[in-house]
Design a protein around this ligand. Sequence first.
Ligand SMILES: O=C(O)CCC(=O)C(=O)O
Ligand SMILES: [Fe+2]
Length: 733
Amino acid sequence: MVKRKLGSIRTGNEKESDFNNSPPKPLFPSIPMVILLLVVGVIFGYVFHSEISKVVNAVSEIKISFSQSPKIVKEVKEQNKVENEEEHVFENAKYAKNYENFENDPYDAELQKLKEKYKILEQNQEHSQNQEQSNIKTEKVEEIIFEDDDDITEEEYMRIRREAGVLKKEETSNKKRKPELKKVERNEDLMESEIEELDMNHDSDEEQSVDNDVGNSKESPETQKEHDFDDETSKSISDNNFNDSQTRKTISKGDSEDNSKTFVSGREISAKDIADESVTVEDVDIEGENDKNSEIKHVTFDSLDAREGWTVSGDENIIKFGGRNSKKYVNLKVDQDSMKNKGKSESAKNKVNQDSIKNKATNKQNSVNAKLKKETDSKTANNNDKSKSRSKHENLKEKQKQKDGVQDTSSESLKNDPNLPDEIKNFKATFQKTLTPKKTFIDGRRVPAVELLPQKETNSSVKVYLFDEFLSEEEADGLIKAHDAHVKQASQNPPILCFDSVNTLQKHLKDAKKKIRISPKDFTEGTTCVNQTFSAKLKKWLHGNWSYSTAFYPGESRFSSILAFRINNAMGLKPSHGGKFQLTSYPIGKAYKTHTDCNVGSIDKRDRMASVLIYLNTVKDGGKTEFPGIWVKPRKGRALLWNNMNSDGVCEETSRHEAAVVKKGQKYILIRWYYYQNFYSLGKRPEEPNLPKRKEGQPRVSCDEYNNGSCRWYDEWGYDHLLDYQQQKLTLI
Ligand SMILES: O=C(O)CCC(=O)C(=O)O
Ligand SMILES: [Fe+2]
């Protein structure tokens, strides 16, 4: 993906002149020479006076820009640089067969606006130069270089978008961020009625808090709501108004009877703030069975924690919530001023290590890879859409991987293969061993990282994190639109059906109450896909029991880069370890059975270490993502992050999860998997395989192992439908 490189003003690291070999000049010229020079100078000045003033002016502008931050772009000298960028976008997009230019990419519109803006800026620049040359105060940029990297920060990006009019000047792109909170001075005697009023005010702001949306039991959120919410007192303020001197939070907590629920809000408060006592729990409103009357106390969070048995921990970046028992509503009054001051103090105990957020090398390599893509042969076929089939078929899977071209670039055999391009041979794998989630700012929104703790303590290394408003509404809507368009387009043809195994196929037939004898003839030789005729029959029998996936790849849209960058920043996942961006929709009634995203028992480290799941819409009913002891409700823009492998690269069985049935409406998500060890073909759109024979643009449905997966429709063809046919044939009856 192309990027604009900001502030590419030369910073003076090139020497003026490396050497000077002309003969020494006399210090003073002769008198006739001086007269001659004067005459020539006057004539020259008269003829070219406007050009001279432009040069003088330009020099003075450059000076201004040097004296200011070299990282700022405000004006563009060369319009054609913008066009270059566009060309570059198209260049990369060429590899996206279905996603050419990613037509609904919200950033495409922005690109156009930027272009317009730059035109206007340029015109203004010319105008002002002609009119009031001495009045130029704006910074000047000599050139804008677009590079294949991710060295643009959210802040810079946001600024440019503001300038281009995509975002309003002062507002963030999220209109709901700043609820109308009544400003209250820090007041020890704040009346309860006032507190309630504040809460009510916010609540009428129609945004639900995350309280109902996450949990650590299997019980439905609705039931929990009944148990836990006394509507008037437990309304939560989940938004942060940064400008308010005070913001109150409500954290509500599970019911003591069934010992099963924990809710989360209070998203802006980190445990560090609490430990620093910059956040004080002013009002502890205990509403348990025995203390119906509120008890107002002054306690720090620490003491609350100890007293009430809450599990609250973390550091300045992550808030960890979980809990054990007791029904509580806690109103936290946050003194933002003291937070700001103390927040700076150095007291974080477990400061999280962060990977570098800039991954230039990686992205450059992606660009090289993309260019080479055409040249690579079938050996480099992509496996990043590999089947989710689990241990039962591990052997087959391992074989398949080899077939798929998941290449061990360190192996000698590969290095000696004369047919492989150097870029592949020389590919140096890197490792992504851990997650480093932390709070970030996205489009001006403060996005905290919240770790969800399971009900019962486990010794699993699997951790689940939540980031609300990780995508803006505009972004989520754009992705849904793109996905729907591609599903519609590819649905013009019926899908070819592929199965993880014959066994899986048989089980589906059993569900459909069809007593059919399967023969090898039903399959396209060399694949695990049944032929056209049988596919058509199965489609009817299976009643379209699948979810729909489309994908875009790194570099195919501006959005892919900004999202990779955002994920890197907030979650510590390197862009070079990410595969495709998979968009999935679940129609009503659809789900995905319990599975792990990595292969349990496999020793291959080229597996999905972490999963990033982003909900693109709020589902009216159902569709939760459920882990052992934790569930999360789909909410528009919300991101979930979890690790599937531990830091030694072992796939953890405890990372199992499922997508619950969608009961009302539809569910849309975006998923990107990050691999423990990366490989050359990771993140590149796979070539279309030759088998099975099919129409152009014909989709496929892949059904994963029956008990540990479901069927999914794809608009692209990877290689996961190719298995070792000989082995497979043995099991055919
Ligand atoms: O839809 C969900 O909630 C989970 C999806 C998932 O786990 C997957 O696609 O691997
Ligand atoms: Fe999954």
